[in-house]
Design a protein around this ligand. Structure first.
Ligand code: MG
Length: 163
C-alpha cells in the first residue's frame, strides 16, 4: 500500500462556477484559478501523485503553460490516474474534506461522491467526502476562499508474470 496526502486552496470570485469533484454546486461564486479551479480534484490529484512519489500538480500541469488555462480538472485527474496505473498502482480508497463557509454542501455530498467514484474507477463505498465550515474564522470563514484536503491509499498491482 502507498499513502498520499493533498491540500489545495482557491480564492472565491463571483465570475466563476463552484466546481467540486467534477460537479457544479449552485453558489453565487466559484473558485478563481488558472484551470477550472476544482479545489477538491486538485487536492485529490496531489494526494495521488504524492502516494506514487510522482511530484505534484504544479510539476505536471504548470500554471505558466497555456495548455492548462481553464483546463477541465476531471481530465487532469484522468491523466494522473493513467500515470499511476502505468506505475503498477491502483486507487484503493479516498477520504477528503472540503472547508467552505457557505453554502452548506450536505445536499451535494452524495453527487460529489458518485462523481469521484466514477472518475477514480472505484466503488462508492471506498469514497468519502466530508464538508465543514471554518466557524467564521480566517479567509475561508470570511467567505474569501475555499480549501480541500484529501488522503488516498494506492495498492500495488500484482503482475501476471514475474520477470
Ligand atoms: Mg488548485
Amino acid at each position: 500500500m502507498r499513502i498520499g496526502i493533498g491540500w489545495d486552496s482557491h480564492r472565491l470570485t463571483a465570475q466563476r462556477p463552484l466546481l467540486l469533484g467534477g460537479i457544479q454546486v449552485p453558489a453565487p461564486f466559484g473558485e478563481d484559478g488558472h484551470s477550472d479551479g476544482d479545489v477538491l480534484l486538485h487536492a485529490i490529484i496531489d494526494a495521488l501523485l504524492g502516494a506514487a512519489a510522482l511530484g505534484d500538480i504544479g510539476t505536471h500541469f504548470p500554471p505558466s503553460d497555456q495548455r492548462w488555462k481553464d483546463a477541465c480538472s476531471s481530465e487532469l485527474l484522468t491523466a494522473v490516474c493513467r500515470l499511476i496505473n502505468a506505475e503498477g498502482l491502483s486507487v484503493h480508497s479516498i477520504d477528503s474534506t472540503i472547508i467552505l463557509q457557505r453554502p452548506r454542501l450536505a445536499p451535494h455530498i452524495e453527487q460529489i461522491r458518485s462523481s469521484l467514484a466514477q472518475l477514480l474507477h472505484i466503488d462508492l463505498s471506498y469514497v468519502s467526502v466530508k464538508a465543514k465550515t471554518a466557524e467564521g474564522l480566517g479567509p475561508v470563514g470570511e467567505g474569501l476562499s475555499i480549501e480541500a484536503q484529501a488522503v488516498v491509499l494506492l495498492h500495488e498491482e500484482t503482475p501476471d508474470i514475474w520477470l
